[in-house]
Design a protein around this ligand. Structure first.
Ligand SMILES: C[S@@+](CC[C@H](N)C(=O)[O-])C[C@H]1O[C@@H](n2cnc3c(N)ncnc32)[C@H](O)[C@@H]1O
Length: 289
């Protein structure tokens, strides 16, 4: 992970926070480049406590945990950064929104003189952008060859798993039923086994349709002119003050009339309601006005 040049300052709502906890957050921000300032304190506390517990430390012993990180050979750093970027995702997550997305692809195809450019950020292990690539092929009136999909995430490890396009069927991740949103998903994924576990691998055609790169939504410069941006289930972790800043930058990266999608549990800040006009309100699909 690249280092940021931001210096962590204590936010007004965090001034009463535990100084040991603040010192730990400053260290994570300056040494590991994870912009803790932007994340909700409650979220950070919960994720960091999970590491304290795994290291058999008392619930609030942030001081010892900081010493442990300073003496660490890299293993705990990786585990901590892993804990901070929760990668939960699925194919066709929140199935009800995907009918709306199908309409969006059709309309974007009619509007776009060139192809349709899409950015899925953050994309986690790739199931969201691959869902889009399959949806484009499954939608009449959309020329999938003219749809380009960029997919980005901050986490290099999850990106390499995304590029492999292999998903194990587990009790906790029922990939088979996730894929049922599409009647014809077997044209796009193949069944396989990995060390005796059932798994699905997306076809080469679908893998080729998505280009992955590492991108930090907080520290990297957001540019582009996309027809559709999906930024789902990222803002739930972010401090409310920063949600708006990132949303404004994403707004600028949409072409006029371009579409934008939030996660189902996320809401558009009041101040941005004029910029983002709801298209399918319950599905959190908006259009740049
Ligand atoms: C819950 S997943 C969302 C995946 C997908 N959009 C979905 O809704 O299923 C959140 C992702 O945000 C990524 N993430 C966390 N901080 C980030 C940042 N600053 N920039 C880009 N991605 C980030 C994590 O690595 C994680 O994969």
């Amino acid at each position: 992970m690249t280092k940021t040049h931001t210096t962590r300052s204590i936010e007004p709502d965090r001034q009463d926070a535990d100084p040991d906890f603040e010192r730990l957050l400053s260290y994570i921000e300056s040494e590991y480049g994870f912009a803790t300032t932007y994340y909700a304190t409650k979220y950070l506390r919960r994720r960091i406590r999970s590491r304290l517990s795994r290291n058999h430390l008392e619930r609030d012993d942030y001081e010892s945990y900081l010493s442990l990180l300073k003496a660490d050979d890299g293993e705990e750093r990786t585990a901590l950064l892993d804990a901070l970027s929760v990668n939960v995702t699925s194919f066709y997550r929140d199935p009800s929104i995907w009918d709306g997305l199908r309409d969006v692809l059709e309309t974007a195809q009619e509007d776009a003189s060139g192809g349709i450019s899409i950015w899925s950020v953050p994309c986690s292990d790739g199931r969201e952008p691959y869902s889009l690539a399959m949806l484009a092929r499954d939608t009449d009136g959309v020329d999938a060859n003219r749809v380009s999909i960029r997919a980005s995430d901050i986490d290099e490890e999850i990106l390499s798993s995304a590029r492999s396009g292999v998903y194990e069927q587990r009790r906790t991740a029922d990939v088979a039923s996730e894929l049922e949103y599409l009647d014809d998903h077997e044209s796009y994924v193949e069944r396989t086994t990995i060390e005796g576990t059932d798994a699905f691998e997306v076809s080469d055609e679908i893998k080729r349709a998505v280009e992955f790169d590492r991108f930090d939504l907080i520290n990297d410069r957001i540019t582009g002119s996309y027809d559709l941006i999906l930024c789902r289930n990222f803002f739930i972790y972010l401090d409310a003050n920063y949600q708006q800043i990132v949303l404004e930058k994403l707004y600028d990266a949409l072409r006029p009339g371009g579409y934008f999608v939030l996660g189902k549990a996320e809401t558009m800040p009041q101040d941005l309601k004029e910029q983002f006009e709801p298209v399918y309100k319950r599905s959190r699909i908006y259009r740049r006005s």
